[in-house]
Ligand binder design. Structure first.
Ligand SMILES: [Zn+2]
Length: 172
């Protein structure tokens, strides 16, 4: 499931060819390595202060992208907005296809909360009134949570448990 959703179309046009044969998969615009690839491609057409290492084995720092987004850096605004759009589109598609009780977002680029609040803002403006209350941030260590997380069809008990857990961890 996770593999499949990572390769669904992001609805964002960057023009990156994916190893799966498609273009602009969610994985290519909304993961750490995707932001790295996108940054390298889009830096030729967008002004930026972002440090993009010459050595392609060294990835751009996603925390720096989010920091510069807040300084209105042209490239970083585009990159972050692409990631937000891709994840929102993915959630909308999952809702249409599987009508989940809960969507869990996780992974390294979501876990610092920067994108999460913006994703919720965008979803609140779209038609997700059935699920917005149960789109939760995965509390797992992002290093073991993998890509951008999983869409889970959870039992009511589990979603109540998770919401309680989220509230208590936010209260700390
Ligand atoms: Zn792909």
């Amino acid at each position: 499931m996770q593999e499949k959703v990572a390769h669904s179309n992001s609805g964002v046009e960057v023009g990156i060819k994916c190893s799966c044969g498609s273009k602009d998969c969610v994985e290519l615009v909304a993961t750490g390595s995707g932001l790295n690839k996108s940054a390298r491609i889009l830096s030729s057409s967008h002004k930026t202060q972002l440090y993009i290492p010459q050595d392609e084995n060294i990835k751009v720092d996603t925390k720096e992208i989010f920091f510069l987004y807040q300084q209105n850096d042209e490239l970083c605004v585009r990159l972050a907005n692409n990631a937000i759009t891709a994840i929102v589109n993915l959630i909308m598609n999952l809702i249409r296809v599987s009508d989940p009780d809960m969507v869990i977002l996780g992974g390294s680029i979501i876990s610092d909360g920067f994108l999460y609040s913006k994703i919720l803002d965008r979803l609140n403006k779209t038609a997700t009134r059935f699920v917005t209350n149960v789109i939760v941030l995965n509390q797992l260590d992002p290093n073991i949570a993998g890509l951008l997380g999983a869409a889970a069809v959870a039992s009511e008990e589990y979603s109540v448990y998770k919401r309680t857990e989220l509230k208590s961890s936010n209260a700390q």
